[in-house]
Design a protein around this ligand. Sequence first.
Ligand code: SAH
Ligand code: SF4
Ligand code: F3S
Length: 440
Amino acid sequence: MGKKFFIKTFGCQMNFNDSERIKGMLRGMGYEPTDNWEEADLILLNTCTIREKPDQKVLSHIGEYRKVKERNPQALIAVSGCLAQRAGWELVQKAPSIDLMFSSFNMHHLPELINQAQAGYKAIAILDAPPQDEDRIWEFPTERDNPYCAYVTVIKGCDKNCTYCVVPRTRGKERSRTLGSILEEVRRLADDGVREIHLLGQNVTAWGKDLDRPMPFSELLYRVSEIDGVERIRFTTGHPTDLSDDIVEAMADIPQVCNALHLPFQAGSDRILRLMDRGYTKEFYLERIHRLKEAVPDIALSTDIIVGFPTETDEDFEHTLDVVRQVEFEQIFSFKFSPRPGTPALQMEDQIPDEVKTQRMSRLLNLQKSIMSKLSARYENSLQEVLVEEDKGGKLIGRTTTNKWVSFEGDRGLLGKIVRVRISKASPFNLEGELMEVVR
Ligand code: SAH
Ligand code: SF4
Ligand code: F3S
């Protein structure tokens, strides 16, 4: 009987892409995936530590998964990702059933770590910084669920040091992947039938600055768009200060780049933005958005917002609401400020009580609700190009270039094609329509 693995992933798209890579590695080692952790020989939790909640979730999952050893004493429990990097041995003390541990720095060492753990050692490999040979990770294939859309990580780490954020500690300094390595993976994916490439990085727009021959991110967009078979390009997450005019122009100029951008602003008050060390003002952010909307008129914007950063007053918060009102995002992801170990914001005075965070959050969500109904009404009767991704019980579903899900009747032979759909019903989270024609 072959061995089986079960992976549970928390956190951001980069972590999902890391899990896809780990799945590819495990396949190469002869493991088969299973959806049932109780029958797994290796259970891996790829963790996130961005806020307190994900930390707690990981611990409660380990508590449950360790029961796997009652029936199969040889089974291994592994923890990877950002919580592993941040907490290291402290986590093993809290959860002694962990057999092996690594982070995004040393995923490529997984085969050796599994061997050590199978030999009965605790294989806890948490490094202070990424090792010299970390680029070996790109030699491993990824295993994806979606045959038509693929993530490609192009830069790791973050140099920004926002005062609330653990990412620079858990993912290290910015390291751009070389152009050659990225294009090679994109070519392979396109040959494999992938139509949409989603470039990833904690601060993706900073790509290229640290390469031996520095290159702007806009150049990467052009080079990826030249690859045969790539119909769509997305990228996440851009940082407002790195979203230079050449990137905006490339977005307008390259037909494959989708009309959507996730651009976190976090807070509207200049005083709070300074305390967060975000490196821009409300006016600067709004100017970038203005420039984007001018260049790409039908662009769909989304953002991240932190509510209740230390010292945030009602007046500060009004500026956050004001940005939301002015920009009209299609989607917002809002989070209550969560103090993180090792970050400057943890020590700041005037932490905001939870009730106040809850109140502000609900005002924000109410405002967003009204904006979303207004924006979704604009889709009614419009024609949209949709990349057909899935056949869900007779209905085809796919996304518009603005990243909205659309469902419509059609033949499953259309999977992987771009089709034109007339929207008949629009609600804030999804659209329904009728198939008009196959575009390509
Ligand atoms: N690199 C991206 C964000 C990565 S983290 C960027 O700079 O925009 C994803 C989101 O989590 C952030 O945008 C922020 O809104 C939220 N976040 C990060 N740290 C947080 C904290 N300590 N408390 C609450 N939300 C946080
Ligand atoms: Fe965190 Fe700021 Fe870097 Fe984003 S830019 S990952 S919020 S430090
Ligand atoms: Fe979480 Fe790490 Fe991503 S902390 S959000 S998994 S970079």
